[in-house]
Design a protein around this ligand. Structure first.
Ligand code: AMP
Ligand code: ZN
Length: 488
């Protein structure tokens, strides 16, 4: 598998440190507000990378932090007359909720900065002891970039060519403008913790590095984030690790391209953002995933609602295809047909092509194209009229579409998976004395009760049951195998 490494500027063969295992870390959000869909793009990219690695058989350990102490959180708390901890708690929960809605798998480990102060202080002390960091008179502690001969190794920046730009906070306590704070002395009213250097709080770059060391051990296999984090955040993370423990922080650095609107990076500060929540309130998560995965994760992604409207249709086409394949399989039999053999060959090809594309630096756009080719082949099969006779081919194609979409976190059978509504349990209790709590069982009980009523010529009861079922927006369907209940 070839993966692009930001540090070497080229694709390289993925070789895990421990055979069959991958340890990966992706910088999490600063929890002061709802995240926007640019942030979500980065988290989605790594969700799919993680899912594909698992699909390939790796045992993946994935960690992602929550930055729950930061200037932005403190500012918001002050504006709203709340504590920073309250703001962080609210938006940590909001973040996790939106990640669930978006179908992002939970990390195995989700450390919070405020719970990891001891690990950070230990790392800072290690750096001071070895001469890579110094405590300033005001209680700040800085990393001395000049003391690290490798500084710039990730971003390729050369200190001598760098000027103290806007991104660097210049102050009198620093020996060099590019020195960065490992520990910030407390200001009145701010959250703080005791330390050997006085009351204070950790710097952002320090968090991730200390948490990675504590929970995953260094070096890890993959460290990820958005491309805007390469410098200074990741440069500073890796500098701390190599100076503190004399090992690289990560073997592979992966960075996602920026999501843009009208050619500009989506960001809170520019005000050109849509929150993930507002987009998911209006669109299915799978349509948003589909839109984002149609662009390679390293390329910039131009977002527009027109494009998103288009992907809703694409998603529908995929869902309809799977539904029709399932239907054909139910009606069909085990006979092999020419159309079925052609579809079988298309399945083989789609699976090989999907993996070939994903093995090439997680090319999800290519992977999706392989799935769409299979959808087209399946629609040809269904239209051939022979579809009704080759149940095996139909099932295989449906299963494969679901399997490959699953690697991308897309569920083309989502509606079915939603299952039947729980109200059926009440209906089954009312009409047939059902005492259980399963909607599926209740559906069977109701179907049987209706059939019994009909065979007893109790039309009023039979019709009453039917009306109650259709009143829930469900369809009662008579098939060769008997009656069934489904969502329309
Ligand atoms: P932040 O909370 O600002 O640290 O951002 C969380 C993650 O979202 C980081 O990995 C950022 O690199 C990433 N990110 C921020 N803006 C964008 C964007 N417009 N497109 C893609 N990723 C972004
Ligand atoms: Zn980080």
């Amino acid at each position: 598998m070839q993966v692009y490494n930001t540090q070497t500027h080229r694709k390289q063969e993925l070789k895990s440190i421990e055979p069959g295992k991958i340890r990966m870390y992706v910088c999490g959000p600063t929890v002061y507000d709802q995240i926007h869909i640019g942030n979500a793009r980065t988290f989605l990219s790594f969700d799919v990378i993680r899912r594909y690695l698992m699909y390939k058989g790796y045992e993946v350990t994935f960690a992602q932090n929550l930055t729950d102490v930061d200037d932005k959180i403190i500012n918001r708390a002050n504006e709203e007359g709340r504590t920073a901890a309250e703001v962080a708690e609210e938006y940590s929960n909001a973040f996790i909720e939106q990640m669930h809605r978006f179908g992002i798998l939970d990390p195995d480990i989700r450390p919070r900065a405020t719970q990891e102060i001891a690990a950070m202080q230990e790392m800072i002390q290690t750096l001071i002891d070895q001469g890579y960091a110094y405590a300033a008179d005001n209680g700040d502690v800085y990393f001395s970039v000049r003391s690290d001969p490798e500084y710039g190794i990730l971003s390729g920046r050369n200190l001598d060519q760098l000027r103290a730009g806007e991104r660097v906070e210049v102050n009198d306590e620093k020996r060099d403008p590019f020195d960065f704070a490992l520990w910030k002395a407390a200001k009145p009213g701010e959250p703080s913790w005791p330390s050997p250097w006085g009351e204070g709080r950790p710097g952002w770059h320090t968090e991730c590095c200390a948490m990675i060391h504590r929970y995953l051990g260094t070096p890890i296999d993959i460290h990820g984030g958005g491309a805007d984090l390469v410098f200074p955040h990741h440069e500073n993370e890796t500098a701390q690790a190599s100076c503190a423990w004399h090992k690289p922080l990560a073997n592979l650095w992966m960075h996602t391209g920026m999501l843009r609107v009208d050619g500009e990076k989506m960001s809170k500060s520019l005000g050109n953002f849509y929150t993930l929540k507002e987009v998911l309130d209006k669109y299915p998560a799978d349509a948003v995933r589909l839109l984002m995965l149609q662009t390679h994760y390293r390329a910039p992604l131009d977002f527009s609602f027109d494009r998103l409207d288009g992907t809703v249709g694409t998603l529908e086409r995929m869902r309809t295809c799977v539904k029709n394949l399932r239907w054909a399989a139910e009606k069909g039999n085990a006979a092999t047909t020419d159309a079925g053999s052609t579809l079988g060959a298309a399945c083989e090809e789609a699976k090989v092509e999907f993996c070939r594309q994903m093995d090439d630096d997680f090319n999800t756009a290519g992977g999706l194209a392989a799935i769409f080719s299979l959808v087209t082949a399946a629609n040809t099969f269904l239209a051939s009229g022979e579809g009704s006779t080759d149940a095996t081919a139909a099932t295989r194609a449906a299963d494969l579409i679901v399997e490959l979409c699953g690697v991308l976190g897309i569920t083309p059978e989502a509606q079915e998976e939603q299952g039947l509504p729980h109200e059926l349990v009440d209906l089954a209790a009312r009409y047939a004395g059902y005492t259980g709590d399963s909607a599926d069982e209740a559906a069977d009980v109701l179907i049987k009760a209706r059939q019994d009523a009909r065979s007893q010529k109790n039309w009023a009861l039979a019709d009453g049951i039917r009306d109650a079922i259709t009143g829930l927006g469900l369809v009662l369907e008579d098939t060769a195998a008997g009656c069934r209940l489904r969502r329309p």
